[in-house]
Write a protein that binds this ligand. Structure first.
Ligand SMILES: Cc1ncc(COP(=O)(O)O)c(C=O)c1O
Length: 434
């Protein structure tokens, strides 16, 4: 006999605590105190711990240059600027991601164009990208969503054939590999977020990496302190940008200290994230109401970063909708949540074609793109069925993973009873949210 679901009054399936993220033990606190008491609070150059972090991060990814920033959004925007994106250009991206993957284009005055995604990896489909190219196209932003590497071979081929820049949004994917190399090592730029939930974090922060000196200098010239520009710029074309008219996107010393302490742990944590995720997939993968994503091929040297553990629901195989499914899981103690509810191309700013006022940046061009339902059917469909276990499982927690699996099984076993209770008004309606 199935155990009664918690939302119907049974005991919650999950009894064990989730690992605390980010780790804040004595070792990291001592390191933060050491850095804060021995270095300037505001490093304006690639000096001290921030400089060390940039160097190690670039080396780890096999790249020549790194620039630390105060967030992933800033790293993305500077990457596009560094890659030569100008106002009125088009940047092709995904509608199924965090908005910053696309707002970085708008912040450069560029116009987003949306391509569809692969239903099994949630990442940009190179065939759809190819179809969206116009004479105004200048760059592609590919996001390795939830930590899963995108089809970088396919996307690089499209970018090369059409002379487009490729920027990798690696915000959720530090630690992931594609064919034996780290993500972030493939595009003209890799841009990472170090925000508190990310696989490597400084609380807030970001970092971009590139091999191209010209692109690096152009990116740096828009986002950092003149003192750093004086010290580092080599190319004459950027010398006249050494002033304080840039953005201040500098990283804080505390963020650098935490992220720099974390960096050597990245691979060990990623291995554990993979182990936990695979254990969960093994336990629930055969359930008729779930679909698993297609996982990277480890035999060819690819690896997921498992920022979170994603699934899709098969609504035809379950009598409750996704929101009720997630609320039922939450009652069991599982942080189950959808990620993107409304695809980016259908958000009001896109529909109104206005970002900074007066229709900017769409107002820059004749006949700017319009965005409509049906443009990206796969992404639109995913917004209805995707959900994920939104937890950082970076320590070995097999018993917890088994309890999460038990919870998912239990929701399935109780689904008819839950549907009946909801119809009878015995389960309160959710709070409104978009
Ligand atoms: C895919 C993606 N891109 C970009 C960002 C932006 O990073 P940040 O919050 O550090 O600005 C995030 C942050 O959540 C993200 O998930």
């Amino acid at each position: 006999m199935a155990e009664r679901a918690a939302i119907l009054g049974g005991p919650a399936a999950v009894t064990r605590p989730y690992p605390a993220w980010p780790p804040m033990d004595d070792e990291v606190i001592d390191e933060v105190v050491r850095v804060l008491t021995s270095e300037p609070l505001c490093p304006v150059g690639a000096t001290g711990t921030q400089g060390v972090f940039e160097k190690r991060f670039a080396e780890l990814h096999g790249r020549r240059f790194a620039l630390a920033t105060n967030g992933g959004t800033a790293a993305l925007m500077l990457s596009l600027h560094g890659a030569g994106v100008e106002p009125g250009d088009e940047v092709i991206g995904s509608p199924f991601t965090w908005g910053a993957s696309v707002s970085c284009a708008l912040q450069c005055g560029a116009i987003p164009v949306f391509a569809d995604v692969d239903p099994d990896t949630f990442t940009l489909d190179p065939r759809s990208v190819r179809e969206r190219i116009t004479p105004r196209s200048r760059a592609i932003v590919v996001v390795h969503l939830f930590g899963g590497p995108a089809d970088l071979d396919g996307l690089r081929k499209v970018a090369q054939e059409h002379g487009l820049a490729l920027v990798e949004d690696c915000a959720q994917a530090a630690g992931a590999l594609y064919r034996g190399r780290r993500i972030g090592a493939f595009g003209d730029f890799g841009a990472f977020s170090l925000q508190a939930s990310k696989n490597i974090t400084g609380g807030e922060g970001g970092i971009l990496i590139t091999d191209d000196r010209r692109m690096y200098e152009r990116a740096m010239s828009l986002g950092t302190h003149p003192q750093r520009l004086v010290a580092e710029l080599e190319l004459p074309e950027f010398r006249n940008k050494i002033d304080s008219l840039a953005f201040n996107f500098r990283m804080h010393t505390t963020s650098a200290a935490i992220a720099n302490w974390q960096l050597p742990h990245l691979d060990e944590w990623t291995d554990v994230r993979c182990r936990n995720a695979h254990r969960l997939y093994d336990r629930v993968g055969e359930l008729p109401f779930l679909r698993m994503p297609r996982l990277p091929d480890e035999a060819e040297g690819s690896r997921h970063g498992f920022y979170h553990i994603p699934f899709t629901l098969r609504p035809d195989a379950l009598p409750i909708d996704r929101d009720l499914f997630c609320r039922t899981l939450q009652a069991e103690g599982v942080p189950g949540e959808p990620y993107v509810r409304v695809p980016l191309h259908l958000r009001p700013r896109m529909q109104n074609r206005d970002y900074l006022g007066r229709g900017f940046p769409w107002s820059l061009v004749e006949d700017p793109p319009r965005y409509a339902r049906g443009d990206c059917p796969v992404a639109e469909g995913l917004c209805e069925v995707e959900w994920q276990v939104k937890a950082s499982l970076h320590t070995d927690v097999p018993e917890l993973v088994d309890e999460i699996a038990d919870a998912i099984v239990r929701v399935g076993e109780n689904a008819e009873a839950i549907a009946e209770a909801a119809r009878a008004g015995r389960i309160p309606a959710p709070a409104d949210r978009t």
